[in-house]
Design a protein around this ligand. Structure first.
Ligand code: MV4
Length: 453
């Protein structure tokens, strides 16, 4: 099987740099695309070639399908890596690639469509015997039906947008009398945000953990998993810290959740790489939540504990290579934690773009920094505020946490505000350190009137 000669990266920032690194190591030439404001960006400098695709606004550049496809054509790129965000989960883009004879490095358009319709995904999983939280079978047509289902499964329930993401169109319903109103509000919100008003319903489970499983799938139907990640520390549906493995789980948990992830992937004939998201309740029950049909921000924690380069594997799978290892070849060792460092005010979480006057990332044993930032670079206001991922490895969670505290202390960023001080607080929090947390962790800290984390 022959790998691609040249790959275009339809993204920017740290993930574009990450993909370029994987291509380099595989002997593949790279093409960067960039917006006018990104002409001094690191991904442009590191790629073998680059093409300017439009003005700063995402809609005119990194979301501009014709500009990206023609950039691939004029540079003779055989494949496009979409990274995450932007066009990564757009089935029209995937189809535009195949129409132009370009390989999309990612799953099939059908996979992406199911991933993008969470009500449908839930239905598929339920039918194939993957456990889902009790709730509606597909979308709920109207308020009347919502009430019927709520009566059957019992309150509280949670309304979720089928097109969902970022908590938009999501409502928790505690009392029957509020259902009608909340249904209409959620419906309007999701219709406005995604042009799709479909809602589905689940029993609302309190004190859950958000656990996800990385999967790799080849074109022959072989699927392996690379274990789980705990992404329970989030604020307003934005993950802030991720780790692998889920250190506090009982002994048989990894095999259980891994087997379920493979079952879920098989149920939708999954191809390439992806993530199956689950919620885990206090009794360790595992329920399918959704599937992410892209490489995720937090993939490095899995790489650290398995030694698998997920992006290289992804590129090889897209080129049609069969999986080069079996499930029993995947060996897990140690613990990894990632902090997402954003260019944001660490107290109010509002973006803090601007010129970085000094940037000195940490180093030393067990430290990895995935970033496209450098001293003198200006963080544009037009895009996501993630400027660096700080990832550490330790022989166990305790060593990883100590290493993260040390690395956060070393990290120097001047000229803009970052979330580094916030991460320092979490890494010193007794509840975080003892594993006494779930997805409500940050909200609870605030409610308790303690110093807001
Ligand atoms: C849930 C849940 C409880 N029960 N589903 C889904 C998307 C993710 N960002 C949060 N999600 C949740 N799904 C069931 N069946 C709790 C959450 C959840 C949450 C919900 C509303 C407001 C804030 C939340 C914070 C974390 C998790």
């Amino acid at each position: 099987m022959k790998l691609f000669k040249k790959v275009l990266i339809a993204n920017r920032g740290e993930i574009a740099v990450r993909v370029i690194r994987a291509c380099r190591e595989l002997g593949i030439k790279t093409v960067a695309v960039y917006s006018e404001i990104d002409r001094d960006a690191l991904h442009v400098r590191l790629a073998d070639e680059s093409v300017c695709i439009g003005p700063a606004s995402s809609a005119q550049s990194y979301l501009n399908i014709p500009a990206i496809i023609s950039s691939a054509e004029i540079t003779d790129s055989e494949a496009i890596h979409p990274g995450y965000g932007f066009l990564a989960e757009n089935p029209h883009f995937t189809e535009a690639c195949s129409t132009s004879g370009i390989t999309f490095i990612g799953p099939t358009p059908d996979n992406i469509r199911i991933g993008g319709d969470k009500a449908k995904a839930r239905q598929v999983m339920k039918k194939k015997g993957v456990p889902v939280v009790p709730g509606s079978d597909g979308p709920v047509s109207d308020e009347e039906n919502a009430l019927k289902i709520a009566k059957k499964i019992g309150l509280p329930v949670i309304l979720k947008a089928a097109a969902g993401g970022g908590g938009k169109g999501m409502r928790i319903v505690n009392e029957e009398k509020d259902l009608g109103n909340l249904f209409h509000m959620a419906h309007r919100e999701t219709l406005a945000a995604f042009g799709n008003g479909d809602l589905y319903m689940e029993k609302y489970l309190p004190e859950i953990r958000h656990i996800e499983v990385q999967i790799l799938a080849d074109n022959k139907g072989n699927i392996v998993h690379l274990g789980e990640r705990d992404c329970s520390v989030q604020r307003r549906h934005q993950k802030l810290i991720e780790e692998a493995p889920f250190a506090f789980a009982p002994p048989r948990f990894r095999k259980q959740i891994g087997d379920l992830a493979i079952k879920a992937a098989k149920a939708m004939r999954y191809k390439n790489i992806g993530t199956i998201e689950f919620i885990v309740d206090k009794e360790w029950n595992i329920y399918f939540m959704e599937i992410n049909t892209r490489v995720q921000v937090e993939h490095p924690v899995t790489e650290m504990i398995t030694g698998v380069d997920i992006i290289k594997e992804q590129i090889k799978l897209a080129a049609g290579e069969p999986l080069s290892f079996k499930q029993h070849n995947v060996k897990f060792s140690g613990h990894s934690i990632e902090c997402r460092i954003n260019a944001e005010d660490p107290e109010r979480f509002v973006p803090s773009p601007g010129k970085i006057t000094l940037f000195i990332p940490p180093g030393g044993p067990g430290v990895r920094v995935d970033t496209a930032a450098y001293t003198g670079w200006t963080v544009p206001a037009h895009y996501d505020s993630l400027i660096a991922k700080l990832i550490v490895y330790g022989k166990d969670r305790e060593e990883a946490a100590a290493r993260m505290r040390r690395a956060l202390d070393e990290f120097i960023v001047e000229g803009i505000k970052t979330t580094i001080p916030f991460h320092k607080k979490i890494l010193n929090d007794p509840d975080f350190l003892s594993g006494n947390f779930n997805t409500s962790f940050l909200e609870k800290k605030n409610e308790a009137g303690k110093k807001p984390l």
